[in-house]
Each structure stands twice: as structure tokens, then as C-alpha cells.
Design a protein around this ligand. Sequence first.
Ligand SMILES: Cc1cc2nc3c(=O)[nH]c(=O)nc-3n(C[C@H](O)[C@H](O)[C@H](O)COP(=O)(O)OP(=O)(O)OC[C@H]3O[C@@H](n4cnc5c(N)ncnc54)[C@H](O)[C@@H]3O)c2cc1C
Length: 306
Amino acid sequence: MAASPDPSIGGLLARRQRPLVSLEFFPPKDEKGLRNLTRQAEALQAIHPDFVTVTYGAGGSTRTRTLAVCEMLRTLDLGPVMPHLTCVGSSRDDLARVTDELAGRGYRNIMALRGDPPRGATAFTPAPDGLAYASELVAFIRDRHPEICCGVAGYPEVHPEAADGPTDLRHLAAKVRAGAAFVTTQLFYDNRLFLAYREAVRAAGIEVPVLAGLLPATSLAQVERIMGFCRASLPSPLRARLADAGSDAEAGEAAGLGWAADQIRDLAGRGVAGVHLYILNRSRTVLAPALADALAELRAAGGGGP
Ligand SMILES: Cc1cc2nc3c(=O)[nH]c(=O)nc-3n(C[C@H](O)[C@H](O)[C@H](O)COP(=O)(O)OP(=O)(O)OC[C@H]3O[C@@H](n4cnc5c(N)ncnc54)[C@H](O)[C@@H]3O)c2cc1C
């Protein structure tokens, strides 16, 4: 029997009395990974996230894995579970099948994305009879299932394929016109970039809440790897602190978590609508007192601005 339908995250955001906290998981490769993720997710119930999301990769197997992880998370007390969905390698029929299944199972929230070009390719090519942009995916989902709330991605440092910031914002506006209820940003380490982006979003007439995407760093090597596949600049004080930690894993983690905690506290004071943590399937970093305390302060901040 289908589970009872999830509440809409757009609705949660509209009614919020404080900033929301969401966590992002990715589907592990095998059963052992899923068992480990289940343990991590169980521990993360202590954080009481407002919702959690699960990424989506290209191809059929990851599609099944995304759903398997979502179903596992739904058995826990982690708030509504929001699967991601991309246009990569999927025809309209494929996308219809996936969204119908999710809607039938009671999912009421989908993070709608275009997806990245396959490794080695420089440009994104839609699948035959597929969709070219996330705005088309939002329109497709909302047309087929108006009960489903869509979130979309935003880029404080501009999407790498966009000609410039204003062009990227016009494309963000198209996603919201198509029916997206909120924006979650790409990760960033410099809050000034997020705040300037949020201002530009509002100046472009986009009124939906913007959630801040944060990935707590644990080492310089890790952050440099991340910089390799997403555009995010590394502030020199953070680089210096991670470099000072050298090969001392504990010191690297303390430096990265301290930075993320400062980011969260600063955002709390600036009326952020919510914080989305890219946790890389690890509970340890989020449960560490440095981060857990900052999240508690964020929630106590009240209000919850734009
Ligand atoms: C919160 C978040 C979650 C993510 N989750 C996943 C995931 O689960 N799986 C995954 O594979 N990837 C994921 N990604 C990465 C994302 O798929 C890539 O960043 C991808 O390159 C762009 O996706 P998008 O949805 O932003 O695309 P779009 O909004 O379609 O934008 C892609 C590019 O096209 C441009 N553009 C948009 N509309 C038009 C138009 N009409 N004409 C011309 N240009 C246009 C935009 O400016 C941008 O440069 C995620 C990213 C974020 C920030």
C-alpha cells in the first residue's frame, strides 16, 4: 500500500517560523553501502531535519537506487523525503514513468534538475524525445502532477555553462515561472557570494525562498576535488586553515567544521530561509558538536527570511 502523501516542502517553507534544515544523501553503489547509509541516516534523526533529499545519477540502475534510498529514509524520522530527478538519458515517457511512480508512492516533492553532461562531453545533449532544461522538467512534472512541489538549483557563482550572471538568473526565473517553489544553491564557502546572489535573485523579481547549500570541508584535498567538478571559490583563510592541518585528519575536520559553523551562524543572523547540507552520506560531521550547536542556533534564530 502507498504511504500517506508527504507534506509539500513549499508549504513548509511558506509556514516556517524559523530557517529550515535539510540534508542531502546520494545512493550508494551496493547493498553494503546501503546498510552503512541506513546506520548514518538513523543517527541523523537526532538532528531532526525538516526534510532530506536523495541525488539522482544517469542510467537505470541509479534510478532504482535513488528510489531504494528514498524508501529506506521514509521509514525513519527525517521529515519528507525529496528525490532528485534529472533529464539525463530520459525520454518524456521515461520521466513520466518515474514521476507517476513517485506520485503513486506518496512523494510530493521532487528536486528537478537538468543534470550534467556525461564525463568527457562538453555540452549537454537531451535524450531523444527528452528535455533540454530543468525549466522544462519542472513544467513537465507540474503539468502531470500539480500536487508535486518542485525545488530547483541556483548558482551563487554562476552556472559554468551560463554566459553570465544575469543570463543565468533569467533561466532561474524561467524555472520559477514553470512552477518551482524554492531554490537550493550550489555549495559555497563565502557567505558574501550567497548574500549578493540572493539580492540579485530578488532584484530579478524571483520571490521564492532560497536555501543555502553548504558542504562542510574536511580536508584541503577533499575541497580541491570538489572544486574540480563544481564552480565554488575557496576563501584564502579557509585554504590556509586546511593547509595548516596538513595530513592531520582531525585538525582538517575541525578547521572545516568550524568554518561551516561560522557560515551557518552568520546566515542565521541574515534571515536565511534554510540551510541545505551536502553531507556526503556521513553523519559524523553533522553530529559533531561544532556543527550541531550551530544548527541549533540557526533554528533558534526564528523568523526565517527570504
Ligand atoms: C541543489 C543541487 C542538487 C543537484 N542534484 C543533482 C543530482 O541529483 N543529479 C545530478 O546529476 N546533478 C545534480 N546537480 C547538478 C546539476 O545537475 C548541474 O549543475 C547541471 O549542470 C545543471 O542543472 P540545472 O538543473 O541547474 O540546469 P538548468 O537550470 O537547465 O541550467 C543548465 C544551464 O543551461 C542554462 N539554461 C537554462 N535554461 C536555458 C534556456 N532556455 N536557454 C539557454 N540556456 C539555458 C543555464 O543558465 C545553465 O547554464 C545538483 C545541483 C544542485 C545545485
